[in-house]
Design a protein around this ligand. Structure first.
Ligand code: DQA
Length: 156
């Protein structure tokens, strides 16, 4: 029988999956836009995907811009990369852009909805210039695709 392929050891530092305001309301909040899965469901799916990819993951959510800045600052030392859905702060926050630039980590920006199909104020992302890539409109699958992309970037 062929030997089972060795699982890659986890990247030395965990990846941070960071969620901004109102994402704690997933499942209840405008399900026609954001779907019926809860943030706990997203966390579970991210942990399973990260495990499959040989990544460790930290999962966080805050409704407060300063807390998100603190988590990104801490990530500079603690984390190997960042998956970020900054929620509405995407469209307003120079502070998050500055924090992501200062972190000097590969970051993937995720949105559940296709922000380009929605109101014009959602078409502008302040944080995209600090992201390696952006995934929008694919629902919770976007988080898993972002983890896949980070795994490839970190393996380089
Ligand atoms: C969102 C899109 C944002 O415009 C909105 O403010 C959110 C969620 C998304 O995942 O589609 O809170 O980031």
């Amino acid at each position: 029988m062929a030997a089972k392929a060795a699982r890659r050891p986890p990247a030395s530092k965990p990846v941070l999956v960071l969620n901004g305001p109102n994402l704690n309301m997933l499942g209840k909040r405008q399900p026609e836009i954001y779907g019926r899965e809860t943030l706990a469901d997203v966390e579970k799916a991210c942990r399973a995907e990260a495990d499959r990819l040989g990544l460790d993951v930290e999962f966080a959510q805050s409704n407060h811009e300063g807390v998100l800045v603190d988590l990104i600052q801490a990530a500079r030392e603690k984390n190997a990369g960042i998956v970020i859905n900054a929620g509405a702060y995407t469209h307003t926050s120079v502070a998050l852009l500055d924090a992501l630039n200062a972190a000097e980590l590969p970051a993937i920006e995720v949105h559940l909805s296709n922000i380009y199909k929605r109101e014009s104020f959602r078409h502008r992302s302040y944080i995209s210039p600090a992201a390696v890539g952006v995934i929008a409109g694919l629902g919770t699958q976007g988080y898993l695709l972002a983890l896949q992309a980070l795994a490839r970037l970190l393996a380089r």
